[in-house]
Design a protein around this ligand. Sequence first.
Ligand SMILES: [Cu+2]
Length: 358
Amino acid sequence: MNKKPLHSLLFCVALIPVTAWAHEFDGARPDAHAPISIMGEHTHNAREWMLSYRYMFMDMDGMQTGTDAVTSSEVFAANYTVTPERMTMDMHMFGLMHAPSDRLTLMAMIPFKEIAMDHRIFPNALPLISLNGGIDTFTTRSEGFGDFKSAALYQFWNKENQRAHFGFGISLPTGSIGQKDLVPGPGGRIDRQLPSPMQLGSGTVDLFPSLTFLAQQENWSFGFQGNGIIRLGENHHNYRLGHEFNATTWLSWKVGDAISIASKIKYRTLGEIEGVQSDLSFHPPFAPARRTVPTAFSENYGGESLDLGFSLNYLVRKGKLRGNRIAFEWSVPVWQKLNGFQLQTDYIMTLGWQFAWK
Ligand SMILES: [Cu+2]
């Protein structure tokens, strides 16, 4: 799988014609929902509503260049004075869906993020270590609401056991891109603008087109979603995040009336940052020939990855709690190719609750 992520994708896409079968698509089955981290993958019947909450935890540990892990010393050897060593993000995502008709489903969501990044200072950068109170590590944090996103999903195919819909989403820059925290600098620890991975929003209006295909068999389901993020213009810190494209396929097995398990494979490609992030420092004042930190430089953004995920869906189909769904997903990158020097993703865990009613 190492160097040929596209082959696995093409294999999954080749499964599509195999899934023709003569029975009705049942949107109320537990396997009618994709692994919980996938957004906008289902539509609703006319007049249905859905409220959802997802908790996502992402752990990024250790630096990487290309497909190789690198140590902090190797980042310092590449002329950087500070390196990230770990980043965690806790995200709480609140969502609402409503279908005015069988064909059209509308959705809105907003995330709340808590981000922390641990850094290490080059041992030879003694002036910086002394400004940092004599220690060679520091952590920056940010938290708050991210970008508000709304989307329309239009079902253009619903025949026998197959469904397909287009999605068109737009995200508004409600999340702050002016988050600051204390970092070592001239005169001690000072409140400085944080680089973009620590920011809560993109700062630009972003478009989210998507195409989803679903097929159901008697005891299992298949899904495919291709989606993109197109960033418009430039934000007020003089940059814009890279455009993004994702292709995800999943297979779900219905192991009972209420439970399904699934596996997914996701290919992602993300562009570099365009522009130069304003209000960051690029060269330490005491060593102008060195660079500050990889996250300040646009070439240390973007890349490709292939993630493998496993998930469990539990759907309450009778009684007072009918319509509640609880889902869990564990996802790990099996291949990452990162531009420049970046933190590598260790795993992403998603826990979700959804409640649908009519
Ligand atoms: Cu829904």
